[in-house]
Write a protein that binds this ligand. Structure first.
Ligand code: PXL
Length: 283
């Protein structure tokens, strides 16, 4: 007799994110990463974007009720092993997602606080930043800001002289309620990229990576999804974070530039063979 369907199912990861038609970032990046890492992606679209590899032209947030309905339909049907949250598009959508995930406190939640694209397009306003801090940070197993996002999330707006170090930002974010904080160092003036994982008792690990040439679209989405995949597969947090960085670095190193703008990570780098590299004309 064939085993029941659930036994055949790979871990299911539910990503809430916005569509990026280029396939570089957003929900498309998440789906590629989760599938490449052996999970099955469930996807709830929070917003649509118009963009090419050079920049975001416009954003349309999906009605919050529609976001909630997409998620509830899935959650009532299938067992979710991890949540991953990316760009959410509006305060109403943030509130709807916060309410839904609060019904599942045992499911690991990876929050990628998308505030701007790598090219500087603003993807969240001040109201959304506050909603993320108040409603989602306390529910996050781990958040994965880059250093610019970490400063924006942690800065004390009432203190003009506030210039927190990255470890102080991490401390404040843990105080605000998330369990772990991974701050990525791509935007810092260091020879190598240094990504630091912090927990309730401060720094847990720092991983250093050779800085790759070029500008990549969707590296943060890839990293956060890879962490979610590892948590869904039962890997412990430190190893999940280390392996996810390795996966992301490999995907970036294998990246390609299909248009006039940024490089796109290749999340299927491991599936290419020497005889069939991308970029070569297919018959
Ligand atoms: O890389 C962050 C990001 C996330 N989600 C969507 C995006 C971007 C950056 O452009 O477009 C949909």
């Amino acid at each position: 007799m064939p085993p029941p369907a659930a036994e055949l199912s790979p871990p299911l990861v539910l990503t809430f994110a916005a569509s990026d038609p280029t396939g570089g970032a957003g929900i498309q990046a998440d789906v590629l990463t989760l599938a490449s890492m052996g999970c099955h992606p469930l996807s709830v679209i929070t917003a649509l974007t118009v963009q090419d590899t050079a920049g975001v032209e416009s954003v349309l947030a999906i009605d919050a009720d529609w976001v909630a309905d997409q998620a509830r339909a899935l959650l009532e049907d299938v067992p979710v092993a991890a949540f991953k949250l990316g760009m959410m598009g509006s305060v109403e959508v943030i509130a709807a997602i916060a309410e839904i995930v609060s019904d599942y406190p045992d499911i690991p939640l990876v929050l990628d606080p998308v505030l701007a694209s790598g090219r500087g397009d603003q993807l969240a306003d001040e109201e959304m930043v506050s909603a993320m801090i108040e409603l989602l940070l306390p529910q996050a197993s781990i958040i994965t800001p880059n250093s610019l996002e970490a400063r924006r999330l942690a800065l004390d707006e009432d203190n003009e002289d506030d210039q927190p170090s990255l470890s102080e930002c991490a401390r404040r974010l843990v105080m605000a309620g998330c369990e772990y904080v991974l701050i990525t160092g791509t935007h810092e003036q260091t020879l190598q990229v240094v990504n630091v994982l912090y927990g309730p008792r401060g720094q847990l690990r720092a991983d250093r990576w050779d800085r790759l040439p070029g500008s990549y679209h969707g590296s943060g989405c890839t990293l956060a999804s890879a962490i979610a995949a590892n948590l869904a597969l039962g890997v412990d947090i430190e190893e999940a974070v280390r392996e996810a960085q390795e996966f992301t670095w490999q995907a970036l190193a294998a990246g390609f530039r299909p248009g006039m703008g940024q490089y796109i990570p290749d999340r299927l780098f491991w599936a290419r063979s020497e005889d069939d590299p991308i970029g070569e004309e297919k018959p």
